[in-house]
Design a binder for this molecule. Structure first.
Ligand SMILES: CC(=O)[C@@H](O)[C@H](O)COP(=O)(O)O
Ligand SMILES: NCC(=O)COP(=O)(O)O
Length: 244
């Protein structure tokens, strides 16, 4: 069954905007699990714009499902990951000035660095995922690095207008990437920019294991409440996966 990773970054964004104690990402994580999240995703950015180090350490022992910690490949982040020991770490590229993660990791271009990071995390017992664009060369490099999981960056698909030629072509790239990854023995996840109006396209693709979704769920929760926003997203995913 397809799994939903609820990304709680933007609960922390709201808190950091005023440096209040609320809304509390720990409560968001616990209540997300109660609403049906299969895992909790959070991204500790180098600039600490949303999730803080203390959040990661506090949430880890509270989870009944699993933690998917997203981070850049830096000595500092790898050290934190090895101290927190989440079940999963997703290695992502970061640019300090970007609004959000703009592209996938260039695994081929930084192969030795990625391979070393995968090895360090794997030695600590952490399952590693690489956040990459839907590109056959990157998938091959990811597999060679020893990472057992890839997460396909769905940002370009999400930015395309519904029903457009561009959206269709991005969806086909994702479909092909999932098929390639699965055929190479990788677990294939996907995420970024998915929302209530586009998630069905990706959830219906054969072979996709998990979708990580954050911004749209936090936005929907403003009107519908946190648990309902999560339940509704999961229902959309499951319906699409069953009909796909
Ligand atoms: C790596 C990724 O796609 C998202 O997790 C992202 O972390 C959401 O947070 P940002 O909006 O800070 O990019
Ligand atoms: N890895 C993608 C993710 O965690 C969620 O991204 P978004 O839904 O906040 O764009």
């Amino acid at each position: 069954m397809i799994e939903l990773g609820v990304n709680i970054d933007h609960v922390a964004t709201l808190r950091q905007q005023r440096h209040t104690a609320y809304p509390d990402p720990i409560e968001a994580a616990v209540r997300a699990e109660q609403a049906g999240a299969d895992l909790i995703t959070l991204h500790l950015r180098e600039d600490r714009r949303h999730i803080q180090d203390a959040d990661v350490f506090a949430i880890r022992p509270r989870l009944l499902t699993r933690m998917n910690l997203e981070c850049a490949i830096t000595p500092e982040m790898l050290d934190i990951a090895c101290r927190v020991l989440p079940q999963d770490v997703c290695l992502v590229p970061e640019k300090r000035a970007e609004l959000t993660t703009e592209g996938g990791l260039d695994v081929r271009g930084h192969f030795s660095q990625v391979q070393a990071a995968v090895g360090q995390l794997a030695d600590a017992g952490i399952r590693v995922s690489l956040f990459i664009d839907p590109d056959a060369e990157q998938i091959a490099a990811a597999r060679e690095s020893g990472a057992p999981i890839i997460e396909i960056h769905t940002g370009a698909f999400a930015e395309a207008a519904e029903g457009s030629v561009e959206q269709n072509s991005e969806l086909e790239r994702i479909r092909a990437a999932i098929a390639t990854g699965v055929s190479q023995g990788l677990r294939v996840n996907a995420g970024h920019g998915l929302h209530y109006g586009n998630v069905h396209h990706v959830a219906a693709l054969p072979g996709v294991s998990e979708l990580n979704i954050g911004h749209a769920i936090v936005a929907r929760a403003v009107f519908d409440g946190w648990e309902k926003a999560i339940r509704d997203m999961k229902a959309l995913m499951i319906r699409a996966a069953q009909s796909g």
